[in-house]
Ligand binder design. Structure first.
Ligand SMILES: CC(C)(COP(=O)(O)OP(=O)(O)OC[C@H]1O[C@@H](n2cnc3c(N)ncnc32)[C@H](O)[C@@H]1OP(=O)(O)O)[C@@H](O)C(=O)NCCC(=O)NCCS
Length: 144
């Protein structure tokens, strides 16, 4: 299992997982893989099959997580953690020192991983997801 920057040829694999995890939410990963304002990272197995992906928007030295997911049957096997760690290290190499994200209040698995990586809960967007609140998390490295 390795993590790396996504290529255009990864888009179909990303799309399969994206549709499974976020039905009805457009990702446009084809454009994002090519865009200078986005970073798309994937974790793949030994056959180069995509197990997980994370999409960031990157502007003015700051990043925002758009989507982060691991294929359902491979969840809770540390793949998300490996990918998240890799992506943050890559962003740090680019001198990105602030990452924000928003997550459903009830998504305890994702919130746990964010908190494990030092993301701080800085606020709530009430009813952001219609049926529930969105929690805003921020990670900052002031040494960068
Ligand atoms: C959130 C997600 C990306 C995490 O990836 P993963 O590969 O399943 O997570 P990992 O196995 O790397 O686990 C990392 C940490 O997350 C937490 N975690 C993972 N699965 C969990 C679960 N089912 N319940 C509670 N915590 C969980 C744990 O703290 C774990 O660390 P630990 O094992 O040392 O305790 C994945 O579960 C997923 O795709 N979920 C659906 C999509 C989603 O909600 N994306 C995030 C919002 S945009």
């Amino acid at each position: 299992m390795i993590s790396r920057l996504a290529k255009i040829s990864d888009v179909p694999g990303i799309t399969i997982i994206h549709k499974e995890l976020f039905p009805g939410e457009m990702a446009n990963s084809h454009n994002q893989v090519k865009s200078e304002y986005h970073r798309v990272y994937v974790t793949v197995d030994s056959h180069d099959t995509i197990l997980g992906y994370v999409i960031y928007q990157v502007i003015d030295g700051e990043a925002e997580i758009y989507f982060f997911g691991v294929k359902e049957e491979f969840q809770s096997q540390k793949i998300g953690q490996e990918l998240f760690n890799y992506s943050i290290e890559e962003l740090k190499k680019e001198k990105i020192n602030k990452i924000t994200l928003e997550v459903k209040e009830s998504n305890l698995a994702a919130r746990k991983i964010y908190e494990k990586f030092g993301f701080i809960n800085v606020g709530i967007r009430p009813r952001y997801y219609h049926d529930e609140d969105g929690i805003i998390y921020v990670w900052e490295d002031k040494t960068i």
